[in-house]
Design a protein around this ligand. Structure first.
Ligand code: 3PY
Ligand code: MG
Length: 250
């Protein structure tokens, strides 16, 4: 069986939560700096907790910005997921930001923490780092083959909510809309034809399992916020307590 990568997704500013995900056995934990409730300083503490249990620290950066990408790599991130890649040029800019000039990129030198915690980091960085371009716009979908062909890109990563919205499909957590699934299959095929990975943010573990069966190589199968909310609600249900509150402001 081919290797499948199980990823957990961290949205809260909780290094201890990151550590728990790693201890549970996920191959990698993604610290979400686009939509997550955390900052750079907290992200570094999350990396420590993740690496402590032999899992890989990954980051979803807030944007395709070399300044942001450099900082998380310098802090020791081993995977970078970049949102909203729509053109081959954007994909190329992203990959170049991940690699030093001797590896064909334009990353500035200064691996302050990465070189502290990873032996021979600079020479090995191109091999150590996994760069995943998010396909989640109509333009990105239309350009998916050209994006997948970007030299040095390691994988495509599907953002199901934005991708659904791009095509006027409801962004449900377990999207089984036939048009949507057809697009998922198309993106998987584009990645595999180019010889790179395909990953996806999946709304639930069950859906993630289905996506692995469909051919996905890696799945972000669970978030800390889902686990905490679901666990808290089922505990209250077991107690015969109140059900989830509706919100009408702070
Ligand atoms: C999306 O579903 O659009 C994502 O970016 C996943 O977080
Ligand atoms: Mg998105």
């Amino acid at each position: 069986m081919k290797h499948q990568n199980y990823n957990a997704w961290l949205l809260s500013p909780t290094p201890f939560g990151a550590e728990i995900f790693a201890k549970a056995g996920f191959h990698s934990v993604t610290v979400d700096m686009q939509h997550g409730m955390l900052d750079f300083r907290t992200a570094i503490d999350c990396f420590r907790g993740i690496a402590l249990h032999g899992s890989q620290p990954w980051v979803r950066v807030a944007a395709n910005d070399p300044a942001l990408i450099t900082k998380v790599l310098d802090a020791g991130a081993l995977g970078v997921i970049c949102p909203l890649i729509s053109t081959p040029k954007q994909a190329d800019d992203f990959v170049k930001a991940c690699h030093y000039q001797f590896d064909g990129g334009n990353r500035s030198f200064g691996p302050v923490r990465a070189a502290l915690v990873l032996d021979d980091y600079v020479a090995r960085s191109a091999k150590l780092i996994t760069a995943m371009a998010m396909i989640e716009t109509q333009e990105g979908f239309d350009n998916v083959e050209a994006i997948a062909a970007t030299p040095g890109l390691n994988g495509l990563f599907i953002g199901p909510a934005d991708l659904a919205l791009a095509f006027g499909i409801a962004p449900t957590p377990e999207n089984r809309d036939p048009d949507f699934l057809e697009r998922i299959d198309h993106i998987i095929a584009a990645a595999h034809d180019a010889g790179i990975l395909c990953g996806m943010f999946a709304g639930t573990p069950e859906y993630a399992r289905d996506m692995l069966t469909r051919g996905m190589d890696m799945v972000s199968a669970v978030t800390d916020t889902q686990i905490l909310l679901n666990g808290a609600q089922s505990a209250l249900t077991a107690l015969g307590g109140p059900t989830a509150k509706t919100h009408n402001g702070y």
